[in-house]
Design a protein around this ligand. Structure first.
Ligand code: CIR
Length: 267
């Protein structure tokens, strides 16, 4: 196995094409859904940005019966040491795991299955140099978080359990890793115990969805729709790649949700 330099160094990613049913994707608020064409454009630009950042992208075919299946981050967790098949915390997404499992079994030597009971979504899991942070949320319950904790330990990793702010879909909807010492988050996570010791950048009020950025190698993918956050990150000298997210945000998604990323020797 090659020596990995940081938790955001990636050479491989899996994405899934959006299905036309994405217009019916889950959303917490009763607002109108995205257009298929709009989502597809955002997804295409995301894949192009990943490739430009030096990542080999495997594109899986769309799954019409699963409107949210393009958000491959949720049914599994991957890292250099292996993959873990999760149990998404909402009924319409549970079977996405069995759809992605064969691909992961092909690509990873070690694939664990989250033991029952409990549920956990990958959107609640942040990979940091100090280990994984697993946020409890409406999708990840205590039993799921504890089961995931032991799977991570079995694969030689470390984990800590965190709280997701009320009313927020996932832990990473409200926070992301920017570099080895720095996280970006909404004000609701400003004093979170799990971020003690990290430098924290807080997104301006009114730009909360901008907290879901995606660090990939030397770049940070950021939503193009939040100029004050972009300005803050530029001042902090991050190399930004702004990407449109207005359509996927209509179904509560952000940049991290659209891929599974890892560094490893390709099989
Ligand atoms: C859902 O509610 O499951 C999708 N509409 C959005 C999933 C976003 N995933 C993520 O943040 N990891």
């Amino acid at each position: 196995m090659s020596q990995i330099r940081s938790v955001y160094e990636f050479n491989s990613a899996i994405v899934r094409q959006p299905s036309t049913s994405v217009v019916h994707g889950l959303r917490a608020h009763n607002r109108s859904g995205p257009t298929y064409e709009g989502v597809k454009d955002e997804h295409d630009a995301y894949i192009a940005a990943m490739r430009k950042a030096g990542v080999e992208v495997t594109i899986l075919p769309s799954l019409e019966s699963f409107p949210d299946s393009m958000f491959v981050e949720d049914p599994a967790l991957v890292f250099t040491g292996g993959a873990i098949l999760l149990r998404p915390g909402t009924p319409s997404r549970v079977d996405e795991t069995s759809k992605i499992a064969p691909t992961l079994r092909q690509m990873f030597d070690t694939v664990l299955e989250l033991p029952p009971p409990g549920q956990a979504d990958g959107g609640d899991v942040m990979y940091t140099p100090r280990g994984f942070l697993i946020g409890l949320s409406g999708r990840t319950d205590k039993a799921g978080a504890e089961a995931l904790f032991s799977c991570i330990e079995q694969l030689g990793g470390k984990a800590q359990i965190a709280e997701t702010p009320k009313g927020v879909l996932h832990f990473k909807t409200a926070s992301s890793l920017l570099d080895d010492e720095t996280v970006i988050s909404t004000a609701a996570l400003e004093n979170a115990a799990v971020f003690k010791g990290f430098r924290q950048i807080i997104v301006p009020e009114g730009e909360e969805p901008a907290a879901n950025v995606l660090r990939v190698n030397d770049i940070v993918m950021v939503s193009a729709d939040y100029p004050r956050t972009i300005e803050m990150l530029e001042k902090a000298s991050y190399k930004l790649v702004p990407l449109k997210t207005a359509e996927i945000e209509k179904i509560d998604a952000g940049l991290s949700c659209m891929s599974l990323r890892w560094y490893g020797d390709r099989k």
